[in-house]
Design a protein. Structure first.
Lengths: 298, 340, 437
């Protein structure tokens, strides 16, 4: 019983990080209809930048803030310098569906190589915001620490903030319009391109946050967030790839599901779980567990 | 123009002509393999293997518009099937190659049914998860040999080829033979009914459906055929290593195949040839650039180069090198015509 | 239609021919002595090792450290006047790449021998495919604990370096029986042949675990090892054996701290037990301190050890690698280079591949080296180191031998027993330069 409860708690703290990554992928998807496979690379890069900041300043808040800002700026740059010209070029041509996937993959490879060039391939540890020692409940310590609580709150906060921006603010309306009906939006005076870039910046920041929050428990290396990409994408699809709340719920479901699989089925099934979940969700409920409208074509 | 061409070829049916050409190419390759160093021969085998893998992507992405980031997993299925057939049934290796094609195509058909309902990024993400998840399963089932995998040994050349016939040349002959067979098959397929259907579906699904094409079925078929080629590539890859292991199919392999396809040109078989050469030459170029630099440079440069090349190809010439070349060719031809 | 087809096939043919012709440019000529890889002033040795990718951290320091010692020897006359150069190829821990890079080393770089190849599946692929044994190419100091490589009949030119995982598990098992009888023992292992090889050893030693949990290689970076550590905690394990790679060991120890799980004792296997690496990975000293570790080399922080202080000096002055922090990986690399130099010397002034293999069989046991346990090279066995000593990590995280002095245990990879060894390693030669013949 104790083990079951611990597994759930573990899964939940893992899930909040998958949620953050899912949020990042959903933000990009919503603003430009692109699944950004370079998100893991961007997160790795900003986390290394954070590590440098921490080495110099020894200040955690500063580290986190600069990493997020860097992530956001880099996200915006990726859109400005890469995705925007690309979309312009390929338009609706025959490779329109394939091109973004390949370009973001190329970016992933280039960033990981670049990070390896600068910082080498060694594993690094990354500081945590708060104590990683679990809370005490009675005499036993549960596998849930102040830092886990911090991650959980941050995730919910980020989700709520983005949800607010999307649903209530003018910017949010513009972003939704730009994503779904770019032509109409343009006619209505929305500066579509700029709005999309903002979406990429938000996503870059969220991805940077995910990277900075997962590395204290799992170490940092140029390739260390590859799996986070797969699990983040799975979580996003679980939630329908459109809804921010859906992405967060998807992240938690996946985190808990994975923890249960590892505890009760064996660790060899860890990696295939994401695939099984994806296929099952996409075939049985193509709109995601919480999806509302829209189809799989875009 | 057409008349003259037909005369040149003595009115041989086109299928036969293709076969004849490939026999000629094969003969050329054999002559070449006798005149270059053993290392080049070995690299030639790698080129042939990559070529088959890239043809598989050309069929899938170039002709039916579906993206797969997980072809490494299909290669793994091919490799394991070939090894299992050889180990348990003791059949000769060339039958094992066909078994690899068959089993991979079967799995591809299953995947294809799912894939036909997904588009673009969904399919990409799902196949990515497939490539990440599948190889680690080998550790779960002992008949797959765990981390150390299963042996897959195509042996050495029969003694009638002579004493100086090295294992490298044997490997090259086999790889080249299967690659030629694959290109013959692919060319016939793409020239035929299904090639036309796939192209129609790729350029406009709705229009294709309106003109009576069963879009879903054509996509499943494309995935199945592509998986079959991937299975062959997997068996060839394992033959060059004499072993099939879960570690032999990392995510980077799936990415490499896609990279080769995109850079060479995802819509033509010529592109597949260029892509295969690129994959073998790229690390050598990186090595040459990094000569004398620290190991951090030499180990990370290939990744940077690959990424930059991928992006540059899509942005500058989405059709890859092959398409740029044919554009160039057409321009030159046009100019010559004008002069006349 | 047919004209397009002809163009297509025609260009395929043309491109293939051109491509192959281009790639057939002559390889750089080497001054060949009598044997491949040996010229009048140089001996070329090849090594395939992960220098990038997920398995690189830690291991990528071994080859530069080995080259550092070789550079020192080269600066002092080399091996009978010949420089020894390592040609390092990155295999990214992939069997496919390990094979193609080994082929490149042999066919293009024309190395004299392969040394220090790393990774079980990788090297198994190399041996099967490149057939080093049948071609008489020395395959020296294979850097993995897989016991199957010590097989003089199947792999006549292969010599291992590390003690096997089976040996290590047997020795840990015996240690557990002697020191923690009746305690509840748990095991966390890598869920592949590395872990399974260890389980074989524990079985031979008669160790029973109340709980044993595997982790999939790579899963330490996501989803982490909370489930495995939780299982230890739930089963009330008093002594936990962690038999995994450094990154997984670090994640397990950090997770245990997070969950407030403090067993009576952690026993950390040698593969993941380098304290410098663990500390760099953020393992709190409070958890590492008091844990038990095993090694066959002296502790890299033992400044009283003549070999350690000598190699450390070489590291400071000659290491041109990227990360030159002194640790067990650097020590492993330098010590391997020292044994390599002696093997080359023992092969004589006109070294041949056969002579190197013969020299290791005949004299390998007597070579000067830093290890505290004997090398096992003989006619019937090509096993490298054959045992371990146990130590406790102190509050600095340094591994200190139990009882203040190194007590070593030796065994084999079969069913043989575990015994205490009274092996005395040879003294460090003057200036650290071997003079053997």
């Amino acid at each position: 019983m104790q083990q079951f409860v611990n597994t759930l708690i573990n899964g939940a703290s893992l899930g909040s990080i998958y949620s953050l990554m899912a949020l990042a992928m959903i933000l990009v998807w919503r603003s430009t209809r692109v699944v950004n496979f370079a998100q893991a690379g961007q997160a790795v890069l900003s986390t290394y930048v954070g590590l440098e900041i921490h080495r110099i300043t020894h200040s955690y808040p500063l580290t986190l803030i600069i990493a997020i800002i860097f992530g956001a700026l880099f996200g915006a740059l990726v859109d400005l310098l890469l995705v925007r010209p690309l979309m312009h070029r390929v338009g609706d041509g025959p490779i329109a569906a394939v091109a973004p996937v390949i370009v973001t993959l190329g970016l992933l490879s280039a960033i990981q190589g670049f990070v390896g060039l600068i910082w080498g391939g060694e594993y690094r540890s990354f500081p945590a915001a708060l104590s990683q020692n679990g809370f005490k409940v009675g005499l036993t310590r549960i596998p849930f620490s102040p830092f886990d609580l911090f991650i959980l709150f941050t995730t919910l906060l980020v989700m709520l903030a983005f949800a607010y921006i999307f649903q209530r603010s003018g910017l949010g309306l513009a972003m939704r319009a730009a994503a779904f009906e770019p032509e109409v939006a343009r006619l209505a005076g929305v500066r579509v391109a700029r709005v999309r870039t903002i979406g990429w910046a938000f996503a870059g920041g969220a991805g940077a946050l995910a990277g900075a929050l997962i590395t204290p428990t799992t170490l940092l290396a140029p390739n260390s967030l590859d799996l986070l990409l797969v699990f983040g994408f799975t979580a996003a699809v679980l939630g329908g790839l459109e809804s921010l709340v859906g992405g967060v719920v998807g992240g938690f479901l996946l985190g808990i599901g994975l923890a249960l699989v590892v505890t009760y089925l064996g660790s060899s099934f860890t990696f295939i779980t994401a695939f099984v979940v994806l296929i099952a969700v996409l075939l049985l409920r193509p709109r995601g567990l919480i999806g509302q409208r829209s189809v799989r074509n875009a | 123009m057409r008349e003259r061409f037909a005369l040149n070829w003595l009115r041989i049916p086109s299928g036969m002509r293709r076969a004849l050409l490939l026999v000629l190419v094969g003969w050329g390759l054999l002559l070449i393999s006798d005149r270059i160093s053993e290392f080049r021969v070995y690299q030639g085998a790698s080129v042939a293997t990559y070529f088959v893998a890239i043809v598989s992507i050309v069929l899938l992405t170039g002709y039916s518009g579906q993206v797969s980031l997980g072809h490494g997993a299909l290669l793994a299925i091919g490799g394991y099937s070939a090894a299992l057939v050889m180990q348990n049934l003791h059949w000769p290796f060339w039958i094992a190659f066909f078994a690899a094609v068959f089993v991979a195509a079967l799995v591809g058909a299953l995947l294809g049914v799912a894939a036909a309902r997904l588009s673009g990024p969904y399919l990409a993400g799902t196949t990515l998860a497939f490539a990440v998840g599948l190889p680690s399963l080998a550790n779960q089932f002992s008949f797959l040999g765990g981390e150390q995998g299963l042996p897959f040994d195509i042996g050495v050349a029969p003694s009638r080829f002579g004493e100086n016939f090295s294992p490298y040349k044997w490997l090259f002959w086999i790889s080249a033979l299967f690659a030629l067979f694959a290109v013959w098959l692919a060319a016939n397929l793409l020239r035929g009914r299904y090639g036309r259907i796939w192209r129609a579906v790729r350029s406009d699904e709705t229009a294709a459906a309106l003109s009576g094409v069963n879009v879903a079925r054509s996509k499943v078929l494309a995935f199945t055929v592509s998986a079959g080629f991937a299975g062959l590539a997997g068996a060839l890859l394992c033959a060059t290593v004499s072993l099939v292991t879960p570690g032999g199919f990392p995510l980077s392999l799936s990415f490499a195949i896609l990279t080769g396809a995109v850079i060479g040109g995802v819509r033509s078989l010529v592109g597949a040839v260029i892509g295969a050469f690129t994959l073998v030459i790229l690390p050598m170029v990186a090595d040459a650039i990094a000569q004398g630099a620290s190991d951090a440079v030499s180990t990370n440069l290939p990744a940077v180069l690959t990424g930059v090349l991928l992006i540059a190809t899509i942005v500058i010439s989405p059709g890859g090198i092959a398409e740029s070349l044919s554009h160039l060719g057409r321009k030159i031809a046009l100019r010559r015509q004008k002069r006349i | 239609m047919s004209s397009r087809m002809r163009r297509l096939t025609g260009s395929v043919a043309a491109l293939t021919v051109i491509g192959l012709a281009l790639s057939a440019l002559p390889a750089q000529a080497t001054k060949v002595h009598s044997e491949a890889g040996v010229s009048t002033d140089e001996i070329k040795i090849g090594v395939t090792i992960p220098m990038s990718g997920i398995a690189a951290p830690g291991y990528n320091k071994i080859a530069p450290a080995a080259q550092a010692y070789l550079d020192y020897v080269n600066a002092h006359g080399g091996v009978f006047g010949r420089r020894v150069m390592l040609k390092v190829e990155d295999d990214r821990y992939s069997p496919t790449l390990a094979v193609s890079k080994t082929n490149k080393l042999i066919l293009q770089d024309k190395v004299f021998a392969i040394a220090g190849a790393l990774g079980t599946a990788n090297h198994l692929a190399v041996l099967n495919s490149v057939r080093l044994g049948a071609r008489g190419i020395p395959d020296l100091f294979v850097n993995t604990g897989y016991s199957g490589f010590d097989n003089p009949v199947k792999y006549p030119t292969t010599f291992t370096y590390l003690p096997s995982y089976v040996m290590e598990a047997k020795i840990i098992g015996t240690y557990l029986a002697n020191n923690y009888p009746g305690k509840k023992i748990g095991l966390i292992y890598q869920d592949d042949d590395f872990g399974r090889n260890a389980q074989t050893g524990f079985k031979t030693a008669g160790t029973t675990f109340v709980v044993s949990k595997g982790y999939a290689s790579g899963s330490q970076s996501s989803p982490g090892l909370a489930a495995q550590v939780g299982a230890m905690q739930a089963a009330g394990a008093e002594v936990v054996v962690m038999f995994g790679v450094s990154s997984a060991t670090a994640v397990a120890l950090i997770t245990a701290g997070k969950m407030g799980f403090k067993p009576l004792k952690w026993i950390i296997g040698s593969v993941g037990g380098d304290p410098t690496t663990l500390k760099a990975l953020g393992v709190p000293a409070a958890i590492l301190a008091g844990s038990t570790g095993a090694s066959f080399l002296p502790s890299p922080t033992d400044s009283t050890d003549p070999y350690v202080s000598f190699f450390k000096g070489i590291n400071e002055n000659y290491n041109k690698g990227r990360d030159t922090t002194w640790d067990n990986n650097a020590l492993v690399g330098m010590n391997m280079a020292m044994i390599l130099v002696q093997a080359l010397r023992a092969a004589g002034k006109k070294p041949t591949r056969n002579a190197v293999v013969a020299a290791l069989i005949a004299k390998g046991k007597t070579f000067v080296q830093a290890g505290l346990v004997p090398l096992g090279y003989s006619k019937t066995s090509h096993a490298g180191y054959t045992g371990y000593w146990f130590g406790t990590y102190d509050t600095n995280g340094d591994l200190k031998p139990d009882g203040g002095k190194y007590t070593t245990f030796v065994t084999d990879s079969g069913s043989g027993g575990v015994t205490t060894s009274n092996y005395k390693r040879p003294a460090l030669p003057a200036n650290g330069l071997p003079t053997n013949k």
